[in-house]
Write a protein that binds this ligand. Structure first.
Ligand code: HEC
Ligand code: HEC
Ligand code: HEC
Length: 432
């Protein structure tokens, strides 16, 4: 009874807030009942100084560069993909192979070694998303052809994973001439390398981090245990989660996470568990639980753990879900940012998935990437949920990120989760 009343007034409050806020989206996925709640560093805001300098507000340690010149995943970003560019090699520049090799290895630039192996003990860690270039010079390809390939490979490979380095002004014409000069010096026989780990095609995959549900092994499990206090704590409205959801989180929340992301009619859009909590927690308890706050992520881990072992069982058949999945699929294949990359470039098996990008082994979307998230990241000492993962994957590649609770990300997450249907949830995971 009291639950109903509280919820009804909460729903009214949300609708009122929604009216005041109905600004940005004019697309078919507009969600008037949705109020965005996100911590400042996860909103994707751009700050403009009085002198016009633009900096991006992002997580600590992330780049603050504004990539506003390049298209994003926002549904209202109607800019087309940059046009394919033909290029002619400048005749007045003499290629310097040494300068070219330095550019090839430069981590601030490509790095070309992220995707290609070339000879040299200092080439580490090279990836294998692109072909081994160790003997490229033997193919006797014309300089002008290589120049074009580096300027914009889409002229010959329309669906390439390799960015259009020249067309997007990542390398200058002179730099590309040096790169070509270096590549032409690469002759066989290929170096015999005694260390298989040096070579991305023979390197072993790391073997994991032990039992991810062992709290002495996975700090995210301890954080979820601490979230129990939040579950029972009364918010400003005098209610706690525990007041309305009886029998403890394990029983009250059993099976819930298996249904997310889902279309929540009341909010008029797809929501992940994290998204749902941003609105539901505030509406019922008065406690703000913004997206990417520790409290939101910790509670999500706790709720997801209550479904461990259960198969993912999201709705993929209702018309609203199917339409959202299609939009999510389109996002997955849409090329954005300075590098003109799509998620698909790194996570589908016909492109980068199951290969090394530098030292990182690329997950395969068709095998399912979502069941272990939120996941503990050993190299950052942080729990990352799916949204922070999305934001991280594309930001260093030159795309401004969207707010963590953006509907574009929600529908992308829904699409990714379709590959996990029927497979058991096992969260929180551990990843490097
Ligand atoms: C994100 C991965 C990626 C990065 C980074 C990358 N490449 Fe590539 N590259 C590829 C792939 C994949 C191919 C194979 C062609 C294709 O399928 O598009 C390729 C092909 C090539 C080729 C052969 C072209 C041909 O016609 O045979 C050259 C040369 C090359 N890359 C050089 C470079 C240089 C130089 C850099 C750094 C400026 C670089 N690549 C960075 C993925 C990458
Ligand atoms: C005032 C009562 C009340 C409070 C307080 C409350 N909830 Fe709920 N909650 C409900 C009701 C009723 C529903 C079912 C309505 C719905 O599914 O939309 C629900 C639904 C949910 C769901 C979705 C279940 C599903 O099957 O999709 C989750 C998750 C959830 N609550 C978590 C929490 C958490 C975490 C808190 C504390 C921050 C909390 N709730 C506080 C009443 C409450
Ligand atoms: C240039 C390559 C690249 C692109 C493009 C890219 N990612 Fe990633 N992604 C990575 C790397 C590297 C990792 C970390 C290694 C791994 O777990 O696959 C990763 C990890 C992930 C993970 C976690 C996998 C796991 O098992 O923990 C998800 C989910 C993911 N990416 C989704 C996306 C989505 C969605 C997009 C598009 C918005 C995207 N990625 C774009 C390189 C990329």
């Amino acid at each position: 009874m009291s639950v109903r009343v509280a919820l009804r007034s909460a729903a009214i409050a949300i609708v009122i807030a929604g009216c005041a806020l109905a600004t940005r989206e004019s697309t078919p996925v507009a969600s008037p009942a949705w109020t965005s709640h996100v911590i400042p560093e996860a909103r994707g805001e751009i700050r403009v100084a009085p002198d016009g300098t633009r900096t991006a507000v992002r997580y600590k340690g992330w780049t603050a560069r504004d990539f506003g010149a390049f298209r994003t995943y926002a549904y209202d970003d109607a800019r087309p993909e940059p046009p394919v560019q033909k290029a002619t090699m400048p005749a007045n520049v003499v290629g310097d192979p040494k300068a070219g090799r330095a550019l090839f290895l430069n981590r601030q630039k490509g790095p070309c070694t992220g995707c290609h192996l070339v000879p040299g003990a200092d080439v580490w860690p090279a990836g294998g998303v692109g072909p081994d270039l160790s003997t490229l010079g033997d193919r006797k390809l014309p300089d002008s052809y290589l120049y074009q390939q580096l300027w914009d490979p889409r002229v010959i490979f329309p669906a390439t994973v390799m960015p259009p380095w020249g067309a997007q002004r990542i390398f200058t014409p002179e730099e590309i001439v040096h790169l070509v000069a270096y590549l032409q010096t690469l002759h066989g026989p290929p170096p015999t390398d005694s260390d298989p780990d040096h070579n991305p095609f023979t390197r072993r995959r790391s073997t994991g981090f032990g039992d991810n549900l062992d709290p002495t092994n996975n700090p995210a499990v301890i954080r979820a245990e601490e979230a129990r206090a939040l579950w029972s704590a009364r918010g400003p409205k005098g209610k706690a989660c525990a007041d309305c959801h009886a029998n403890g989180p394990e029983r009250a929340m059993r099976g819930v996470a298996a249904r997310y992301p889902r279309v929540v009619a009341e909010y008029g859009r797809v929501t992940s568990l994290e998204d749902f909590l941003t609105v539901h927690a505030e509406a019922t308890t008065g406690r703000a639980l913004p997206s990417e706050s520790d409290e939101n992520v910790d509670l999500t881990v706790m709720i997801k753990m209550a479904s461990n072992g259960l198969p993912v069982a999201i709705d993929t058949t209702s018309p609203a879900a199917r339409a959202a999945i299609e939009r999510g699929r389109a996002t997955f294949f849409r090329r954005v940012g300075e590098r003109n990359h799509a998620c698909a470039d790194c996570h589908t098996p016909d492109r980068g998935a199951n290969k090394f990008l530098g030292g990182r082994f690329l997950g395969d979307v068709t095998a399912g990437l979502t069941r272990h998230l939120p996941t503990w990241r050993t190299d950052r000492n942080e729990i990352w949920d799916m949204r922070k993962r999305f934001q991280w994957c594309m930001t260093p590649l030159g795309a401004n990120m969207l707010a963590a609770d953006a509907v574009e990300y929600a529908e992308l997450e829904l699409f990714l989760t379709t590959f996990d249907v029927g497979k058991p949830i096992n969260a929180p995971g551990i990843r490097h």
